[in-house]
Design a protein around this ligand. Sequence first.
Ligand code: HEC
Length: 168
Amino acid sequence: MQRIFPKHLTRYLRRFLQVFRIFTVPVVFGLGLFGSECVGAQTPYSLATYQMSGDSILEPLGAKQGQATRGAQIVKTREGQCTLCHAIPEFKGQVGNLAPLLEGVGSRLSAAQIRLRVVNATALNPQSIMPSYYRVDGLKSVDPQWLGLPLMNEQQIEDVVAYLVTLK
Ligand code: HEC
């Protein structure tokens, strides 16, 4: 019995090492990739510079051309999370009522005014509960992996603006 146990043990260990070796490469490689992704997220995202003019941002961010259909998708899905607070025409899912209906926003506001509200709602109302979708400074409780990253990139902001101006 005394001799069998160590034998078992060495066989077990050898098997373990074999299996482990098969997994070490992908696991270590995977961790490396994952790690570098986190580091990547922490390197500051270079935000396009923009000029506020009154309650507006006149120029499209990064000179991007917005696509309304893509914007509709962002606004109506978890991508934008807008429906947590806003009701949206033709959207049948559950919506929040913490914010103005977005119906008719394209008649009330210009593209330039909508752009500022999506980019940085707190520029107009410091108490706003609406997330600033294109801001990385002055935010609280940001998970380290998202530090320095805006909630949406320039293209997404322009797509959302392009959709909202169609809501007449
Ligand atoms: C956490 C709640 C919340 C979320 C999420 C949110 N908003 Fe808002 N939004 C508000 C509130 C509240 C206002 C009213 C103005 C204020 O308090 O800043 C507002 C105002 C606006 C306005 C101006 C409307 C008007 O008639 O003056 C626009 C445009 C807008 N939001 C678009 C969006 C879009 C697009 C998204 C998603 C990408 C979004 N919001 C996500 C809360 C939210």
